[in-house]
Design a protein around this ligand. Structure first.
Ligand code: FES
Length: 160
């Protein structure tokens, strides 16, 4: 697989997304998500391809990719662990969840474990404030976390 190609099922996803939007530019964010799901991150080459597909400038695509922290601008681990650290989660123990993750994984936010399995990140509010502390692992929310929950989740990721 080239650095920018999509598998046929992902290509179909892009075509479906494009068919739902009267204006191709409006499809930029969902299309970027498909490319990120395929490759794990958005390279300069991918930005160029997406810009050409949607008929927008590559500067516009880059602006979107750099604005939204959910888009990875560098290669990342197989799994993404996002710990919310905004106020509601902070008041309910987000710092201890984050420091527990750091200790367990031996990395700090923004880093990836040596085996390439897990990238640890911090996030601003992920809209699950009533269920904090919480973290997003890939596309799944884990809420009302205890440190035992964190251990179980990280164990599963490390075994995957
Ligand atoms: S403050 Fe953590 S989800 Fe909103």
């Amino acid at each position: 697989m080239s650095q920018i190609a999509l598998r046929p099922e992902r290509e179909r996803q892009v075509e479906q997304i494009l068919s739902r939007y009267p204006n191709r530019q409006a499809a930029l964010i969902p299309v970027l998500h498909v490319y990120q799901d395929e490759h794990g991150w958005i390279s300069e080459e991918i930005m160029q391809v997406v810009a050409e597909r949607l008929g927008v400038s590559s500067a516009h695509v880059k602006g979107v990719v750099t604005f939204y922290t959910l888009f990875n601008q560098h290669p990342v681990g197989k799994h993404q662990v996002w710990v919310c650290r905004t106020l509601s989660c902070a008041l309910r123990g987000a710092e201890s969840v984050l420091s527990h993750c750091e200790k367990r994984l031996g990395i700090h936010p923004g880093e990836t474990t040596k085996d390439g399995k897990i990238t640890l990140r911090t996030a601003e509010c992920l809209a699950a404030c009533g269920q904090g502390p919480m973290m997003q692992v890939d596309k799944t929310y884990h809420e009302n976390l205890t440190l035992a929950d964190v251990d179980r989740i990280l164990d599963e990721l490390q075994r995957s």
